[in-house]
Design a protein around this ligand. Structure first.
Ligand code: HEC
Ligand code: HEC
Length: 308
């Protein structure tokens, strides 16, 4: 990270010599703080925010500290930093006083200037500048910060952003994020399912979706099963019950110990008037899970229809 390399360099070539001995504008630190202590504190702060001294202090060069006016309060970031210092001190002298731990800039900042979740960072960029900018930002951040504790790059993050976009009826954008997630995590069951589901819903072509569903089930059968089950109902709500039925049949074959799948399959078969098969499906659901009330109730009704 910039911070540590930067300081190693500064220390090595003695640039800290550019820092004065006497300080003129301290409101937070004691006026008689030693140069070593002050510089140590500044290093910690810069490291916590992932920035160099120039982020808060007026000066020309990033690499040398020549002609810096450290006492100046010209930069907003310095003023904000002072308020943050006050906040941290108040919390440590108050709330955290009797507790085991205390807080520091790093507690929130984790190496970034403005501590925010990756979900919020992406949502803001996408709504301000569009999906391409959001994807580019994700790639940049992933390239520079993956493995640090600045952001959570697990698969759930992009899935979450995609879900929020889908809720805003931005299905195409959501699709692009699921694909990006698959590029990063080729075996993520939820993304596999979502890509397949999008292809099925938009292109109405089961064969392009199938391989994604198969792979999703192979990697996480419960997640995939719950998702496929929901997809069937969604298709039915679009008047595409036939495709929903197909999905449920697939589900009962791929995940044969998933009671809900047989329960839903029974319901869809009954809708199509295929009563005998429907009864068999419900019975299978109850064999797997005898406490499945929806299945036992449906079965009672079907049997009374069949044998009045
Ligand atoms: C995030 C903002 C921030 C960064 C980054 C930062 N500083 Fe500071 N610096 C401050 C603040 C705020 C003060 C004033 C503290 C106070 O009021 O007690 C300060 C004060 C100082 C002072 C005392 C100036 C004076 O005469 O009053 C020096 C010297 C200094 N910083 C050096 C550095 C160096 C060297 C770096 C890089 C290693 C650095 N700072 C990085 C915010 C920052
Ligand atoms: C409790 C969490 C928390 C702690 C602890 C914390 N910060 Fe912050 N800081 C934030 C948040 C949240 C923001 C973004 C605020 C905003 O968007 O206006 C922020 C913003 C800043 C900014 C402005 C960044 C910009 O680019 O505008 C500076 C500078 C800063 N913090 C410095 C510090 C320093 C120095 C410390 C330690 C003394 C510190 N912060 C400790 C939560 C924290």
């Amino acid at each position: 990270m910039l911070g540590s390399r930067y300081f190693a360099l500064l220390a090595a070539i003695g640039l800290f010599a550019q820092i004065p001995d006497k300080f003129e504008n301290l409101e937070i630190y004691p006026k008689d703080i030693s140069r070593r202590q002050l510089v140590g504190a500044m290093r910690n702060i810069a490291g916590a925010l992932g920035v160099g001294c120039k982020h808060c202090h007026v000066g020309e060069s990033v690499m040398t500290l020549d002609n810096y006016d450290f006492a100046s309060d010209e930069k907003e970031t310095k003023k904000t930093a002072r308020e943050m210092m006050r906040m941290v001190n108040e919390l440590n002298d108050g709330f955290f006083k009797e507790r085991q731990s205390s807080i520091s800039c790093d507690t929130c900042h984790h190496g970034v200037k403005q501590p925010r979740s990756l979900i919020n960072v992406m949502m803001d960029t996408i709504s301000d500048k569009g999906i391409e900018a959001g994807i580019a930002e994700y790639r940049d951040l992933h390239a520079s910060l993956y493995g640090s504790d600045s952001y959570d790059f697990r698969a759930a993050t992009l899935s979450n952003v995609a879900r929020r976009l889908a809720n805003q009826q931005k299905q195409e954008e959501a699709f692009q994020l699921h694909q990006l997630n698959l590029e990063m995590y080729p075996n993520d069951a939820l993304s596999l399912f979502n890509v397949g589901s999008h292809l099925l819903v938009s292109e109405k072509d089961m064969s392009v979706a199938h391989p994604y569903f198969l792979k999703a089930v192979a990697h996480d059968s419960l997640t995939a099963a719950n998702s496929l089950n929901r997809l069937a109902y969604y298709l039915s709500s679009l008047d595409r019950t036939g495709e929903g039925l197909h999905i449920l049949k697939l589900l009962t074959v791929l995940v044969p110990d998933y009671a809900n799948g047989f329960d839903s399959y029974g319901e869809f078969l009954a809708k199509e008037g295929r009563i005998v098969e429907s009864i068999a499906a419900y019975e299978r659901a109850l064999q797997i899970d005898s406490s499945l009330i929806s299945a036992s109730e449906a079965l009672l009704k079907l049997k009374s229809v069949k044998e009045p």
